[in-house]
Design a protein around this ligand. Structure first.
Ligand code: GAP
Length: 441
């Protein structure tokens, strides 16, 4: 299938089935912001939960936190974002549209005709400004956070003292970040409001140590995607060229994904050294050193930062899972299946009555209530069973349970697996343990 068509189909499925909507659509929308509908909200919640389980709950060297979106404006001066968080901007002198100078491939043709006539490049700061308090002057100017990372750095001492962690250890958080992107685009790939899952992993201040943890975190993040179903051949680790490094980094690699619109960044792993803590120490006047009991020395730790966009990950999982049948796999040609990992699928199970009458519908409702008590589940009684399977294949529901006349006799149901389309009969009181075993694999 043509790549453009594939992206169009994914965007259309996301809207039609309630994964993702354009924000404020009834008012004509707003550039670079999207809303997650009932299924999208579940998908993202599952993604966050898997991330939190893998990187926080299952590790002894990690703690989580949840900092405010708005911080003291000095945070962003200290971190360098008020001066260095910029993109190169050009404007067309004819149509006055603005573009990122390094992403001119995305620029449409000039609506005044012919090619754009571009101005000289200038820098554009992408921090989103706001005022907090009852006046709107420089004293109340602040920013919506451009990355969740700074909320971690400014709490380094608080977390260290309250949790008594020892190096090497990490602080993790998931939350919203905001950037006034010049050219948001490619659906939820580049937006102005998005979520990040970030870890600041504090280590001894040593370049070799930094390189070791850098490799480790690249592997950890790559495996996170692969374990949740992304095909490894669709991922590539791409180191940044020295001249492209962010103002805080001595080494960064992106994990790139082959999206339908081209290969691009999914996550970034950076060696931030002691840049941030040293800057905050300087600007706040507070000591942010770590005391190493073994050596009796005090120092500012280095940091390795694995950072992931949750929305970008949701997009990659959707693209990787999307499959249109060619008619040779037991499905009708053109039928869509989302091969999402059961861990990420919005519904884990759908319950269908074969017919509504003769007590079958009532029995199906009972089964649905039992399953829904343990797993996100859906009840569907309209159309043929085949149609109902197709509806749920299209949104990635991994298991469908059908209640029929035999159920009334022996308490057994048919359970059908999405990818293999295999069906088996199990007892009603086995459904939840069956689902638990398959989903937790
Ligand atoms: N703290 C480091 C940091 O923020 P980044 O490479 O600018 O680094 C990290 O962002 C991740 O956040 C990216 O790999 C990407 O997944 C996501 N991200 C960045 N800008 C984004 C945007 N405008 N829309 C959606 N996701 C974005």
């Amino acid at each position: 299938m043509e790549k453009d068509k594939l992206m169009e189909k994914i965007v259309s499925l996301c809207k039609r089935r309630g994964f993702i909507f354009q924000s404020s659509e009834i008012y004509g929308g707003i550039g670079g912001i999207y809303d997650f509908g009932p299924l999208g909200a579940e998908l993202k919640r599952n993604l966050r939960e898997e991330w939190w389980k893998k990187f926080v709950l299952s590790r002894e060297d990690m703690v989580g936190m949840d900092s405010g979106i708005i911080m003291n404006a000095k945070v962003w001066e200290a971190s360098g974002h008020t001066t260095a968080f910029t993109d190169p901007l050009v404007e067309c002198k004819k149509c006055h549209l603005r573009f990122r100078a390094d992403q001119l491939d995305d620029a449409a043709k000039c609506k005044e005709g012919g090619e754009h006539e571009l101005t000289e490049e200038k820098t554009f700061n992408i921090l989103v400004k706001t005022h907090l308090g009852p006046t709107e002057d420089s004293s109340t100017l602040t920013y919506l956070r451009g990355e969740t990372a700074q909320g971690i750095f400014v709490n380094f001492k608080n977390v260290l003292e309250s949790s008594r962690m020892k190096l090497p250890f990490g602080i993790a958080q998931i939350g919203k970040a905001f950037r006034n992107e010049i050219t948001p685009g490619n659906f939820i790939f580049r937006t102005r409001e998005f979520e990040q899952g970030e870890i600041e992993f504090f280590i001894n201040p040593d370049k070799e140590e930094s390189a070791k943890w850098y490799d480790y975190w690249i592997d950890q993040y790559k495996n996170f995607y692969i374990d949740l179903g992304i095909k490894s051949e669709n991922l590539e680790v791409v180191p940044h060229a020295k001249e492209k490094l962010s103002h805080y980094s001595i080494g960064t690699s992106d994990i790139e994904y082959k999206y339908p619109f081209g290969q691009s960044e999914l996550a970034g792993i950076a060696q931030r050294t002691d840049y941030d803590l040293t800057q905050h120490q300087k600007f706040s006047g507070k000591n942010l050193e770590y005391f190493d009991e073994e050596s009796g020395k005090k120092f500012v730790p280095y940091v390795v930062e694995p950072s992931m966009g949750i929305d970008r990950a949701a997009l990659a999982f959707l693209c990787d899972a999307y499959d249109e049948s060619d008619g040779t796999d037991g499905r009708e040609k053109g039928e869509v299946t989302l091969h999402l990992s059961p861990k990420l699928a919005p519904f884990k199970c759908a319950v269908f009555p074969l017919v509504k009458k003769d007590g079958v519908g009532d029995k199906a409702k009972e089964v649905y209530t039992t399953v829904k008590g343990c797993f996100p589940a859906s009840y569907d009684e309209s159309g043929s069973i085949g149609r109902r399977y197709r509806r749920h294949d299209e949104i990635g529901t991994p298991f469908c349970v059908t209640i029929d006349y035999q159920t009334l006799e022996d308490e057994s149901v048919t359970i059908r697996e999405r990818d293999s389309m295999k069906q088996e009969r199990i007892k009603i009181d086995e459904i939840n343990s069956y689902l638990f075993e398959k989903i937790s694999k």
